[in-house]
Design a protein around this ligand. Structure first.
Ligand code: MN
Length: 198
């Protein structure tokens, strides 16, 4: 459910989708949105049981398996959010500019007792292993919860495979949207000029 998501937003004020249009496809997707809110961060979202499970990653994902990136759980988002780019008004929740930094299908590779553990269960249990098929990010990534209760933290880590690369730094070298080719400032300016207004 994306109930919390809807409660936090006034859809007469924000261009964000209310949800309910997009249906799950054959393969689940992931999306990473670069979000220039009060603090710049990357929202890492994976489709699980008809919603986008979401974490805010302040430093963004790394392709270096030695880099553990803090990931803060946020509310489930509707599937419609996966292709959202635009400017959220400053007086609305999450105000700031959003672009789709990477997206594509993903496979849930989490196993328990030799069997695939469904993604929802895996997240509940605090560990999910994924293979991403994005334009910028490929191969294995793990989300791992450490600690308990209020001190619980999630970490996003690249697993060691052919796509691991300690020298690549796509967060800084590949800043543009994979959907529109735009930068955050281009999106912000276009919306200022009314190019995207309806
Ligand atoms: Mn965000």
């Amino acid at each position: 459910m994306a109930e919390q998501y809807r409660k936090k937003r006034d859809f007469s004020r924000t261009p964000e989708p209310a949800g309910g249009r997009r249906k799950p496809g054959k393969r689940p997707i992931f999306v990473i949105q670069k979000h220039d809110a009060s603090r710049l961060h990357y929202d890492f979202r994976i489709e699980v049981d008809g919603v986008l499970k979401s974490w805010a990653v302040p430093k963004g994902p790394s392709t270096d398996p030695r880099e553990k990136r803090l990931a803060l759980p946020t509310e489930d988002h509707p599937l419609d959010y996966a292709d959202f780019e635009g400017v959220i008004p400053e007086d609305q929740y999450g105000g700031g500019t959003v672009l789709v930094w990477d997206t594509g299908p993903y496979d849930n590779l989490t196993e328990k007792d030799g069997k695939t553990l469904p993604a929802g269960k895996a997240i509940e249990q605090g560990h999910i292993l994924m293979r991403l098929h994005g334009k910028k990010l490929k191969g294995g990534y793990a989300l791992q919860r450490t600690g308990k209760g209020k001190s619980a933290r999630w970490l996003l880590v690249k697993t060691k495979d052919d796509a691991a690369d300690a020298r690549r730094n796509p967060v800084s070298t590949e800043p543009k949207s994979v959907l529109s080719g735009r930068t955050l400032s281009q999106i912000a300016h276009e919306e200022d000029n009314g190019a995207d207004s309806q």
